[in-house]
Design a protein around this ligand. Structure first.
Ligand code: PLP
Length: 367
């Protein structure tokens, strides 16, 4: 039964489970006795692996509880550390950035949002010409999979750049030091690591001000006793994802294209929101005349697990702010459906979806 919601989360990799289980007995990595040193050595190995794979220094690797937490620390913390009272972000951020920027705006920050074109890519960087305390931009959009010009943003920004790379880590090569960002957020469960652990890469300076105060662990940016087992699981998942990256991108890109072309060839009146450059794993459509909830229900009845792409709270569907920013009409945005493929997705899964979807859309259009 096809699981095609890999952008939401993915099953833990066996390598991550094994590393997690091996380290599950670790005690406090900050303690000055043998069992503390043992935990610290496991943690140091995880940091070293991550630093090598992501092109940063081990000291720049900070463990958090989620991508959401990493984004909160970076955006609020850099704003609090700055002096211009200005934030630049984009129209299409994940709520973990968007809501933070909006809350800071309500508290008096001057906020400028970079617009996107109808192809889902940030289209105008002129707001970068004025200094800001933090410039926050995602690398790949979680709904459409479109890649954003983060390198260009890092080059032009006059102030520290935070990159939300939650959808990109493990899928595309990332070199933090070459990128030139000040901070970068990632989340282990998006690349087959444990849920409940995130990463914040943070240059030595300027450092975000901490949101929590405590024992001073992790340069004081994220104090608290570290979950060594989850850090080991994260590192193992990252290692495997990076090793498979090139082959998986080719394989998933071919499957995704087959899915997109098959849908376009068998269903009338379809909008494709995923425009290149984009992640090879993503394709988001809209089927005007339907609504996402009905589509998801009918797909679920056939054992197909997908998503609309945007957040949906307590069954009340909101129009996606991303599709809105791309200029989609309400009718188009209401019928959005996102398929995100991953390491267990097969040709058969794609053919199964292509076999079922025309009838599902037909039925959803009758509701
Ligand atoms: N940023 C992006 C782009 C995401 O896709 C997500 C999760 O969907 C997050 C942040 C939040 O990550 P987490 O679920 O680890 O809090």
């Amino acid at each position: 039964m096809p699981y095609v919601d890999y952008a939401a989360t993915q099953p833990m990799r066996q390598a991550a489970i094994d590393a997690w289980v091996d380290a599950a007995g670790c005690l406090n990595s900050g303690a000055q006795y043998a069992s503390g040193r043992k935990a610290r050595s496991v943690l140091d190995d995880a940091r070293e692996t991550i630093a090598q794979l992501l092109g940063c220094e081990p000291i720049e690797v900070i463990f958090t509880a989620s991508g959401t937490e990493s984004n909160n620390i970076a955006v609020q913390g850099l704003y609090n550390a700055g002096s211009t009272n200005r934030i630049v972000s984009t129209d299409i951020e994940h709520p973990a950035v968007r809501e933070v920027v909006s809350a800071l705006g309500k508290r008096g920050a001057d906020v400028d949002l970079l617009p996107v074109g109808s192809d889902g890519h940030v289209s105008d960087l002129s707001a970068l010409d004025t200094p800001a305390d933090v410039i926050a931009c995602m690398w790949a959009n979680n709904e459409t999979g479109t890649l954003q010009p983060v390198r260009e943003i890092c080059e032009h920004a006059q102030g520290p750049v935070h990159v939300d790379a939650v959808q990109v880590i493990g899928k595309l090569p990332v070199n933090f030091s070459e990128l030139g960002a000040t901070t970068l957020a990632a989340s282990a469960h998006k690349f087959g690591g444990p849920r409940g652990i995130g990463l914040l890469l943070a240059k030595r300076t300027p450092a975000p001000q901490p949101l929590m105060l405590g024992g001073g662990q992790q340069r004081g940016i994220r104090p608290g006793t570290i979950d060594v087992a989850s850090a080991a699981g994260l590192a193992a998942a990252l290692k495997e994802s990076c090793a498979e990256m090139e082959a998986e991108n080719k394989r998933l890109g071919a499957l995704r294209d087959r899915l997109r072309d098959g849908v376009l060839g068998s269903i009338d009146d379809v909008a494709v929101h995923t425009q290149e450059p984009a992640l090879s794993s993503h394709v988001q459509f809209s089927f005007p005349g339907t609504d996402s909830d009905s589509l998801l229900l009918l797909l679920d009845q056939q054992g197909i697990e997908a998503s609309a792409g945007s957040a949906c709270s307590a069954g009340v569907q909101r129009i996606s702010h991303v599709l809105e920013a791309m200029g989609a009409s309400d009718e188009v945005a209401r019928g959005a459906l996102r398929f995100t493929l991953g390491r267990d997705t097969t040709d058969e899964d794609v053919e199964f979806i292509l076999d079922k979807l025309p009838d599902i859309v037909k039925r959803a259009r009758l509701v």
